[in-house]
Write a protein that binds this ligand. Structure first.
Ligand code: GTP
Ligand code: MG
Length: 481
């Protein structure tokens, strides 16, 4: 996510050499390129000028005391400047206190309905009791869209009644909310193609009737600079308290995240990362800034993995592998399933800017994984434990059962053998890490920088404990909130 802005900004700093000094002309070039990168990422010009001026002044001011390289210094200054824009100590979690009532507003198709259900599902999972209601009386089936999506995801919703006036729907919603002691009420409102006075009046009326705690504006990251102007108009008419940016999964520029805070002065609280119910992430300013400066949104990735991976399973697997256990086809199957649970491989890769460049190559890996799963599933228990007994007639049967060819079975067995070798050669089993790397060959998607892997392995050769530390950290890592 936020690939556009990440690609543009990281590129600017890549060009600076590692020396302590930055000549005036190089500094001006860097600032100019940073300016272009921000403008191309949909940050409005006023905001960009201000950001560039602050960075330039700070850099020149801190010149005398510089103890790190000029490149590190300017990245740090940019980091602090952007983070300062994005954070405010007075920001409040809209769902920090119960009961709460929130209205979701925004232009047509910005993701209000989808986001309403995604949010309700997220809050439900954290143990809150959430009710949703639609007041969209304009688009046919709009109210049904919300209730169908809610039912599908076990979210409580106010039943739609055809042609009911908005006021009546709100009355029913409030009564249910109070009687059944819900924690949060989310009101999905109607969108419009453009900002017309009638729409604004309707939102004001709902606001006056309900007096919500939060007015959450949903914006689409793909709409470009115009989004900020729309947000300002909404803000002038109904006081927005928070914003949610949907569709950051598409190759959106993401500069809007910065501009929202800088110009509209509302905090961005969540981002929509896809069409599925789970595709919503808390917006963390610190991680966003680290990512766009080229550090990768690793923390988000790790959280996503920890959320999905069965920690106990992983722990016992690691224990088996680090105590010389044989890597069976059953182990391979459960690893495949863990990967599948984490979501598509391309989605995982999209969290890592360096990897997101290779999503095309990675797309094929998802299919390959499902193919491997089907092949293992068409083997007998005995075959999974003892792959050496799989001769040609068994290969034919397995291939047929999975609707694949014999050469697919052979490829799977080869991949399994490579992986088994890799585990056998782990430092924890007194193996040689460079043999371990050989086990990975052919498993890695094309385009992954093998020389980086090699230097990591060389490092582990010097310090075998590093690998074990990494594995045990990963397996014991619990979510911090
Ligand atoms: N890729 C992607 N698609 C999204 C995201 N959020 C919503 N969508 C899709 O965008 C489309 C519009 O979403 P809705 O939730 O219906 O938008 P809305 O604001 O309620 O639309 P109106 O009620 O017509 O104003 C749907 O097809 C959603 O699946 C997101 O974060 N990423
Ligand atoms: Mg809608």
């Amino acid at each position: 996510m936020f690939d556009g802005i990440t690609r543009k900004i990281t590129g600017v700093f890549d060009k600076i050499s590692g020396g302590r000094r930055l000549s005036e002309s190089v500094l001006q070039t860097v600032l100019r390129e940073l300016k272009v990168a921000l403008l191309e990422s949909d940050v409005p010009v006023g905001s960009v000028d201000n950001i560039i001026a602050v960075i330039g002044e700070k850099f020149i001011g801190e010149k005398v005391t510089r103890s790190v390289s000029a490149k590190e210094e300017i990245i740090k200054i940019t980091h602090d400047t952007l983070l300062n824009i994005l954070t405010d100590k007075d920001d409040k979690d809209p769902f920090g206190k119960a009961p709460s009532i929130s209205m979701l507003i925004g232009l047509q198709g910005t993701g209000k309905t989808t986001t309403t259900v995604k949010l309700a599902n997220l809050l439900n999972k954290k143990g809150s009791k959430v009710l949703v209601v639609s007041t969209d009386i304009y688009r046919p089936q709009a109210k049904e869209q919300l209730s169908i999506m809610s039912d599908k995801n076990n979210v409580d919703s106010v039943r739609p009644i055809k042609d009911e006036a908005i006021n009546k729907t709100l009355e029913r919603a409030l009564a249910k909310f109070k009687e059944e002691k819900f924690d949060h009420l989310l009101i999905d409102t109607a969108g419009r193609l453009s900002l017309d006075p009638k729409m604004m009046q309707e939102l004001k009326d709902i606001y006056e009737t309900i007096k919500p705690n939060n007015v959450i504006l949903t914006l689409n990251a793909m709409s470009g600079k115009k989004t900020i102007q729309d947000a300002l108009t909404f803000h002038d008419n109904t006081t927005i308290t928070h914003a949610i940016l949907s569709s950051v999964d598409a190759d959106s520029n993401g500069g809007i995240a910065l501009a929202l805070r800088h110009i509209v002065r509302v905090p961005l609280i969540y981002v929509g990362t896809g069409e599925d119910i789970e595709d919503i992430d808390k917006f963390h300013p610190e991680r966003f800034v680290k990512q766009i400066l080229g550090h990768g949104d690793v923390v988000s990735l790790v959280e996503k993995i920890q959320d999905k991976v069965d920690i106990e399973d992983t722990e016992s697997f690691i224990k088996k592998m680090t105590s010389g256990g044989e890597f069976s086809l059953d182990d391979m199957l459960s690893q495949i399933r863990q990967i599948k649970k984490m979501g598509s491989i391309t989605k995982i890769a999209s969290f890592i800017p360096g990897l997101s460049k290779f999503t095309k190559q990675l797309e094929g890996s998802g299919d390959a994984i499902s193919k491997q799963e089907n092949l293992i599933l068409s083997m007998t228990k005995n075959e999974r434990r003892n792959p050496q007994i799989i001769f040609i007639s068994r290969k034919e049967r397995i291939a047929k059962g999975a609707g694949r060819s014999v050469s697919d079975v052979e490829q799977l067995l080869k991949a399994h053998k490579n992986m088994a070798n890799m585990f056998k050669n782990m430092p924890a089993n007194n193996g040689d890490p460079s043999d371990m790397l050989k086990g990975l060959q052919g498993q890695m998607p094309q385009g992954i920088d093998m020389s980086k892997m090699e230097s990591m392995v060389a490092d582990m050769q010097q310090n075998p404990s590093k690998f074990n530390d990494l594995m045990s950290k990963f397996s014991s890592g619990k979510k911090d909130s």
